[in-house]
Design a protein around this ligand. Structure first.
Ligand code: C5P
Length: 297
C-alpha cells in the first residue's frame, strides 16, 4: 500500500491481489480450510482518506464507487474497515476517533481482496494517525482476527506464499513486473458458498515450479502451473466464471486462471503492451469489467 500525509489527513492507496496458485490442504475444526496460496499485489487501488475525529467516533463514508454493486456497500459496523478501526480502539483502549472516506475501484465478490486490503490500510493508517506504536507482530495478530487475506496486505509484499487460513505470510522473490488482463463478470462469487461446494480428496498440486518461474521471470514456466482448487466449485456455481476463462484462453495469453474464490479471472500477458491491447479488445466483447494491470506494491 502507498501512504502519505496530506493536510492533517492520511491518504492511502490499497492494492488488489491475484492468487496465481491456491490449493486447499484440508478442512479444519474451526470450519475454515487450510490453504497454500501464492498471492501477488497488483496495481488496481481503493483509496482511503483518514482524518482524526473527536470523541471516539468512527465514521465511514463511501466517497466514490467505480464498481457495480449487486447490493449497497455497507458502511456500518459490519464493514471490515469499521471493524478494523473498532478492533484497534478495543485493543489499545484509545479514545480517538476517525472519519474515513473510501473510494472503491477494486470489484467486490471478485476474489481480489478489496475489503481485506481496505482493512489492512485502516490498521496501518490508524496506527500512525493515532500514534499507537503497535509493532508489526501486533498488527498481524489483529489482522488475522478480521479476515484470511488481511495479513497479506499489511506488509505491502509484492508476492507471498501464504499458509494457514491464508494469514501466515512468507514473501517470495519475483523477477520483474508481470502484466495481466483481469475480467470481472457482473455476477460475483460469495466465498463461503464456494468453500461449501468444494469437494476435497483429489490429487494435490504444489507451487514449486511456479515459484521458480516467478523468481527468474520465465514465461513458459507459468503455463500449466497456475492452479486454483476453488475454480471447479466456482464454475459450478457461476457459469460466468467459465465464460471469462474461455474468453481469456481464446486470446493468446500465457496462462489464464481464477483468483481467490472468484469471480474475477486473470490472463497473464507477455508484455504491458499486449495486456493493454487485449484489454481494449475485450472491453468490446465482455459483459463485465475489464482491467489491464501489472504487479505492484
Ligand atoms: O476469512 P474470510 O472472511 O475471507 O472468509 C470468508 C468465508 O470463507 C469463511 O467464513 C469461510 O466459510 C470460508 N473460508 C474457509 N477457509 C479459508 C478462508 C475462508 O473456509 N481459509
Amino acid at each position: 500500500m502507498r501512504l502519505r500525509a496530506y493536510g492533517g489527513a492520511l491518504l492511502i492507496e490499497a492494492p488488489a491481489k491475484l492468487n496465481l496458485f491456491l490449493e486447499v490442504l484440508g478442512r479444519r475444526e474451526d470450519g475454515f480450510h487450510d490453504l497454500e496460496t501464492l498471492m501477488l499485489s497488483v496495481g488496481l487501488y481503493d483509496s482511503l482518506r483518514l482524518a482524526a475525529a473527536d470523541g471516539g467516533e468512527i465514521r465511514l463514508r463511501l466517497e466514490g464507487c467505480h464498481v457495480p454493486l449487486s447490493a449497497p456497500l455497507q458502511v456500518d459496523d459490519t464493514n471490515l474497515v469499521v471493524r478494523a478501526a473498532r478492533l484497534l480502539q478495543t485493543h489499545t483502549g484509545s479514545q480517538q476517533g476517525v472519519r474515513i472516506e473510501l473510494t472503491k475501484r477494486i470489484p467486490v465478490e471478485a476474489g481480489m481482496g478489496g475489503g481485506s486490503s481496505d482493512a489492512a490500510a485502516t490498521l496501518v493508517g490508524l496506527n500512525r494517525l493515532w500514534q499507537l506504536g503497535l509493532s508489526s507482530g501486533e498488527l498481524h495478530a489483529l489482522a488475522a482476527q478480521l479476515g484470511s487475506d488481511v495479513n497479506f496486505f499489511l506488509d505491502s509484499a509484492p508476492a507471498a506464499l501464504c499458509h494457514g487460513r491464508g494469514e501466515q505470510i512468507a514473501m517470495v522473490p519475483m523477477a520483474g513486473p508481470l502484466p495481466f488482463v483481469i475480467l470481472k463478470p457482473k455476477s460475483g462469487c460469495p466465498t463461503g458458498a464456494i468453500f461449501r461446494t468444494l469437494q476435497l480428496g483429489g490429487a494435490m498440486h504444489g507451487p514449486d515450479r511456479l515459484l521458480s518461474a516467478l523468481a527468474v521471470g520465465n514465461w513458459k514456466g507459468f503455463r500449466s502451473e497456475c492452479y486454483n482448487a476453488l475454480q471447479a466449485p466456482a464454475e459450478e456455481l457461476n457459469s460466468d466464471v467459465g465464460r471469462a476463462l474461455s474468453l481469456l484462453n481464446g486470446n493468446d495469453v500465457v496462462t489464464a486462471g481464477m483468483t481467490g474464490s472468484g469471480s474475477a479471472c486473470f490472463g497473464l500477458c507477455r508484455s504491458v503492451r499486449q495486456a493493454r491491447m487485449l484489454a481494449n479488445r475485450l472491453r468490446q466483447q465482455f459483459d463485465g469489467q475489464v482491467f489491464s494491470v501489472t504487479t505492484s506494491i
